[in-house]
Ligand binder design. Structure first.
Ligand SMILES: Cc1cc2nc3c(=O)[nH]c(=O)nc-3n(C[C@H](O)[C@H](O)[C@H](O)COP(=O)(O)OP(=O)(O)OC[C@H]3O[C@@H](n4cnc5c(N)ncnc54)[C@H](O)[C@@H]3O)c2cc1C
Length: 408
């Protein structure tokens, strides 16, 4: 490939912050909120102009369960707070009355603690919450480089309307969904070899009702036969099932989104043939990416950890697609081996491929976000920090670390 040389240049340092959160999806919201509540000066850098990531701009408006499917709540703390926030002005569907209206234990066993919310209200309410908590939000800014010295990130560089700007940092929480900061700073990462299937969720209006169409491929179980679509095959991808994209190749991602748009148009027109008044009212504004690149951390959470008590647990999650299984999320799955002041949260924490499908959704992203943000406010490095002090702080903030921990 041809290359050009980009000359060095001076970049203005526009801020000095304790905790820089890269990305304002669910993980970033939880991380910024918890870091700020634990006394840090926090800057959240987000490339779009709204919070929520996939959960708002991507129209993924199903807050998956906070429970284990057997009647026990496992996600508390900021995870529960965000679920409640998302329905402040009413649920879009599936209001969890068994959980929020004090119904019996028997009813909670039969209904999972999940809800459907309005994405626009949630994005605005999350922004209000962070602003009121003192978080400095920098929108329209894409993190594009990290200045690393002796295993520590000293500055994060972002690109926005002003050009390139630098922010001096003490700690960084990577909540980019694609482990961008890990990659840019030289931390070890792993890219999903199977890539992602196309999806493009949209809302439409017909017969006086607004409905969500979860258009595209349903969640897929890992399949070793699946492979990424080669660049010269993209144009030939005829159906939505024909393409698999990594999520971290800019050109391929752009093609994937265009193909998804064109297939979505076909879908709208074929539905309109049956319901002539049908119109799309909101379409996903960002690419829908499930599992792209993640941290290769000090520990990889795997299926054999299901139901196990982990000594460095910083929160718990259920399994959204199965009733029963629970996982504790260990601190060692949030941090890597190379960069001492970098921690991760959300769909990029260190897991096996199978467990990735569990930890990538909204509730566990809020759990890891709260843990990472709290740790980033407490410690000056994640090298040899006191995890038991972090656990104590999280328990005081209503986080369930272990299944046998009593909660009120
Ligand atoms: C098709 C599909 C269906 C799904 N269904 C469900 C479901 O029903 N329920 C559920 O709970 N979950 C579901 N998920 C998963 C879920 O929506 C997300 O994985 C989850 O919200 C994780 O959030 P996150 O904060 O880790 O990542 P993201 O939501 O991806 O947030 C990352 C944020 O970082 C920003 N960002 C990225 N790179 C940079 C950068 N370099 N600089 C600055 N900002 C950056 C992005 O703009 C974004 O705001 C689904 C996902 C997909 C793709």
């Amino acid at each position: 490939m041809l290359e050009i040389f980009e000359p060095g240049r001076n970049i203005p340092v526009i801020e000095d912050t304790d905790v820089l959160v890269a990305g304002g999806g669910i993980a970033g919201i939880a991380a910024a909120l918890s870091a700020s509540r634990n006394g840090a000066r926090v800057t959240l850098v987000e490339k779009e102009y709204a919070l929520g990531g996939m959960a708002t701009l991507g129209l993924i408006t199903i807050f998956l369960p906070l429970c284990d499917g057997m009647g026990h709540q496992v996600v508390y703390g900021i995870g529960e707070e965000l679920l409640r926030l998302s329905i402040t002005y009413g649920a879009e569907a599936d209001y969890p009355c068994a959980w929020l209206d004090g119904k019996s234990a028997e009813e909670r066993r039969h209904h999972r603690f999940k809800v459907r919310y309005n994405p626009h209200m949630f994005a605005i309410l999350a922004e209000k919450l962070l602003r009121e908590s003192g978080v400095n939000i920098l929108y329209g800014s894409s993190v594009c480089a990290a200045d690393v010295q002796d295993g520590l990130i000293s500055h994060i560089i972002a690109e926005n309307k002003s050009g390139r700007v630098a922010i001096k940092v003490k700690n960084v929480v990577d909540c980019s969904g694609d482990a961008d900061v890990c990659k840019l700073s030289g931390e070890d990462t792993y890219t999903n070899p199977e890539g992602n299937g196309l999806a493009n969720w949209y809302y439409y209006h017909t017969k006086g009702e607004v409905k969500l169409n979860m258009f595209g491929l349903a969640d897929v179980v890992p399949d070793p036969k699946l492979r990424l679509t080669a660049p010269d095959e993209v144009e030939r991808a005829a159906s939505i099932g024909d393409m698999r994209f990594s999520g971290v190749d800019g050109v391929q991602l752009s093609h994937a989104v265009q193909l998804a748009h064109s297939k979505m148009l076909d879908d709208i027109l074929s539905r309109r043939a049956k319901s002539p008044d049908l119109v799309p009212v909101t379409v996903s504004a960002i690419p829908l990416v499930r599992m792209s690149r993640r941290l290769r951390g000090r520990y990889e959470l795997c299926e054999t950890d299901m139901g196990k008590k982990l000594h460095d647990s910083v929160g718990m999650t259920g399994d959204w697609c199965r009733n029963g299984p629970t996982y504790e999320i260990p601190f060692s799955a949030l941090v890597g081996n190379r960069i001492k002041n970098l921690i991760t949260a959300g769909r990029i924490i260190s897991t096996s491929d199978a467990v990735w499908n569990v930890t990538r959704v909204i509730p566990p992203s809020a759990v890891s976000g709260q843990a990472a943000g709290t740790a980033a406010a407490m410690f000056s490095s994640f090298d040899s920090c006191d995890v038991s002090a972090l656990q104590e702080r999280l328990v005081a903030q209503r986080v369930k670390l272990h299944m046998d921990q009593e909660m009120d």
